[in-house]
Design a protein around this ligand. Structure first.
Ligand code: ADP
Ligand code: MG
Length: 521
């Protein structure tokens, strides 16, 4: 008779362990809970969430990624859903609620399949196969239209509807968003870094404007400097303009007055040399990242050179891009090519704050100067504008647009369900479950608009069958089943592709786990 083996203990007693169905159960529940927490914010009629931090700070937002980020989520599986939103945000900048709701729904459907004794591996395979079909459906829904400004403004508007302070103001922001993107677009695409958002509360949202350059928090060093400049030759120095104590080590051995005077004269001379080099180079406007010695400053002022000190490095980068100036480490051998051109400079006062607007001749860098009545409003507007910039860039750079308002989702569910029938075995159930999970998106849009979700789904499917495209268009207060493209509701195709991928990834990853071991002994 074989010896009974002693169980081998490999975990210390401090470890907590959940296995098998319990582990799966707990993970699925946590994932669903996260998805449910953002569900009511989906779509233009979605509600906002008020997030209160431990120190009492308040964020009011409708943005899925922000909500999930600010929530103190500890459960490891729930944390994976937060990552879905983060990935979505990083990759395409919008669709975070869509992706998290889908991930949660994929888990909810999987739970039922597990109850019917489907093996997790079969579900995972089915979901991956369904995701491929989903991509086909999105490709099929991608419109063959010119990505002109009107189309791009529609995309920007669709992403902002329901955000910020109301639909009226959102309309006024689509145009500056698209102009900003078009200004910095090159053949190689759009670098998001070239568009800055600068917020300042205290005015109506409609006062938001596009600056073809940079907005900085600094004002000229010399109070008497003009507050407006027309075209000005611009230099950027990434150093201090102070007496260089480095070489002489500043330790003069001063024994008499003559020596002291000599030392002072030498210092004066060096400082004057700085100012002369700047004047000789033909600089009219100077930005310095470090400090400017008072004596240099007064020489510069005497020569009517407008100078700024303490410019932050990202502002310096932006000014360089906007004006075409190079950032110099030294004043020696300045060449014309090192200098840029500021088209206009103006110092503006808003209440107690002063800003300088630096408009560049190159306009390779632009800024949205965002206004809104309060801090909360400008903060939410900034998030909305970030999404809008990202969707416009995603549409332009990465694959065009699809009809919004749930139309892409209806098409995905239809296509996936249509193929499920031809799949052998139990995997078919998983593919069907994927379609049911996708249905939850238009269903949630309907719910958030106050429509009956079941009726809405039936109508959507009928119209999709008949016309190939159907969405839950909400205008004013109500929603109707219609063609989103006719209503200018457009989403980037990339947002839908990414939502399918990130949700499928997270859900299948969670489903593969059957053992949770925590070790924080
Ligand atoms: P997400 O975080 O997923 O982007 P949103 O709350 O921004 O969530 O909602 C996005 C959805 O709202 C998209 O499917 C978009 O097409 C849809 N949408 C935008 N404008 C409208 C509208 N006027 N009517 C119906 N749906 C709209
Ligand atoms: Mg959105």
């Amino acid at each position: 008779m074989a010896q009974r083996q002693q169980p081998m203990v490999i975990l210390s007693e401090d470890n907590e362990r959940t296995q098998g169905e319990d582990a799966q159960d707990s993970n699925i529940r946590a994932g669903k809970a996260v998805a449910n927490s953002v569900r009511t914010t989906l779509g233009p009629k979605g509600m906002d969430k008020m997030l209160v931090g431990s120190s009492g700070d308040v964020t009011i937002t409708n943005d899925g990624a922000t909500i999930l980020n600010e929530m103190d989520i500890e459960h490891p599986a729930a944390q994976m859903l937060v990552e879905v939103a983060e990935t979505q945000e990083i990759e395409v900048g919008d669709g975070t609620t869509t992706a998290s709701v889908l991930a949660g729904e994929l888990l909810a459907e999987a739970e039922e399949l597990l109850d019917q004794d489907l093996h997790p591996t079969v579900i995972v395979e089915g979901y991956h196969e369904a995701a491929k079909l989903a991509h086909e459906a999105v490709d099929d829904q991608t419109l063959a239209v010119d990505l002109d400004d009107d189309t791009l403004e529609a995309v920007a508007r669709s992403s902002m509807t329901g955000k910020g302070t109301g639909d009226v103001t959102v309309d006024t922001l689509a145009e500056p968003v698209v102009s900003a993107v078009q200004q910095v677009a090159t053949d190689a695409g759009v670098d998001r870094e070239d568009i800055h958002i600068h917020t300042h509360p205290g005015a109506s949202t409609s006062a938001t404007e596009l600056i073809e350059g940079v907005v900085i928090d600094e004002t000229p060093l010399d109070d008497a400097a003009p507050s407006q400049l027309a075209e000005a030759t611009t230099a950027i120095l990434d150093t201090d303009l102070e007496f260089d104590t480095g070489e002489a080590d500043a330790e003069y051995n001063i024994t008499d007055v003559d020596q002291l005077n000599e030392a002072i004269a030498a210092e004066e001379e060096e400082l004057e040399g700085y100012a002369d080099a700047i004047v000789d180079a033909g600089v009219e406007l100077l930005f310095v990242t470090g400090d400017i010695d008072d004596r240099v400053a007064s020489h510069l002022a005497a020569e009517e050179i407008v100078a700024f000190e303490d410019i932050g490095s990202s502002d310096a980068d932006a000014i360089a891009a906007a004006t075409g100036a190079r950032q110099l480490g030294t004043l020696e051998d300045i060449e014309d090519a090192d200098l840029g051109t500021t088209a206009a400079l103006s110092v503006e006062t808003y209440g107690e704050d002063e800003f300088t607007f630096v408009e560049g001749a190159d306009a390779a860098h632009v800024s949205l100067f965002v206004r809104g009545s309060t801090d909360h409003v400008v903060d939410e507007l900034e998030r909305a504008l970030n999404d809008a910039l990202d969707v416009v860039i995603a549409a332009l750079d990465a694959g065009g647009v699809v009809g919004g308002a749930g139309a892409a989702e209806v098409a995905i569910a239809d296509h996936v369900r249509g193929h499920a029938a031809s799949v052998e075995g139990r995997k078919q159930l998983a593919i069907e479950a994927f379609a049911t999970a996708v249905d939850e998106l238009p269903r949630t849009l309907a719910e958030n608009t106050g429509m009956d979700p079941i009726d809405a789904l039936v109508d959507l499917r009928a119209r999709h069958d008949a016309q190939g495209r159907a969405g839950l268009v909400s205008t004013g207060r109500s929603g109707t089943v219609g063609d989103p493209v006719e209503e200018d509701i457009l989403d980037p195709a990339a947002v839908k592709h990414e939502a399918v991928d990130s949700a499928t990834e997270a859900a299948t990853m969670i489903l593969r786990i059957d053992d949770v071991i925590s070790s924080d002994g």
